[in-house]
Design a protein around this ligand. Sequence first.
Ligand SMILES: Nc1ncnc2c1ncn2[C@@H]1O[C@H](COP(=O)(O)OP(=O)(O)O)[C@@H](O)[C@H]1O
Ligand SMILES: [Mg+2]
Length: 303
Amino acid sequence: MPSEIIGIGLAVLDHLMVVPEFPSQEGVVNSTQYQIQGGGMVATALVAAHRLGASTEFWGRVGDDENGHIILKELKSNGVSTSQMQVVSNGKTGVCFVMVKATNGERAFVVHSQKNLFVDLKSLNLERIKKAKVLLIDATWHEAAQQAAHFARSHGIPVVADIHDPSQPSLELLGLTDYAIIPRQLADVLSTKGDYTSALHNLKSRNVKVPIVTLGHQGCTYLYQDKVFRHPAFQVQAVDTTGAGDCFHGAFCFSLTRGLAVPHAVTFASAVAALVCTKLGGRSGIPTYEETINFMRGQGAKA
Ligand SMILES: Nc1ncnc2c1ncn2[C@@H]1O[C@H](COP(=O)(O)OP(=O)(O)O)[C@@H](O)[C@H]1O
Ligand SMILES: [Mg+2]
């Protein structure tokens, strides 16, 4: 039985270290906390959507190495179906070293990219997408994402995308996306007038139905029914903002499966993302649906 949300994209292993300050050039800092947690945009989004109550399945790739098997086990234990996942022999799983600033939860990444994860696209079981409610993609396996997004669109399944870079393949994916939720770094590149509104309009002109730009602790801005909206971030004591965007995507996908209108989905996703920031790593702070609703009510938001 296909899941409500199908995700194609990145799974890595995050090595998180909390530091008082980022080290200066060639400097040394002592970390006060160290943790290993599964990460990656789509993989973490699916963990979030599942914790909220949706069935999810991950179509990404890992290597047949120790890290790959840790990722696989963690996804399973978080309820994400791995039946369509690709474990590639001789492939190398990606690893991410995350430095988290203790004072405000800001983070810096060192990425060791996955290698040799060759998979024949014919192995993608596209027919499953017909029965899903949402397809979530990032641009890390763009050939697969492109095929799946084409298929989803031609069958009326909404496509949500997490795109970070302005490369040609990534921009092509935006052209197949209904809900593009992008970070400020890409919005800065797409902006034609140095503001987020022109970035939103640029996305719209690329065929995106609803463009959303997330702005970290400043919340997000989006274009919906020809109007630009701004949604502030919920106020929390941020310990680590790793995974905030990923979980925003996951919660947004969950909201779509439950038929929420975009403004309500944005509020819900912002609440989930804020709660994620209250714990170390992208996954340990992911709330349940009830916890999110209680938090929203406590903050005076309409839940
Ligand atoms: N310090 C924070 N406090 C509360 N919410 C936050 C904070 N940082 C991020 N968020 C929420 O998470 C969303 C995504 O964060 P952002 O940093 O823009 O994405 P990414 O993690 O992809 O870089 C924001 O729109 C906001 O709702
Ligand atoms: Mg992100």
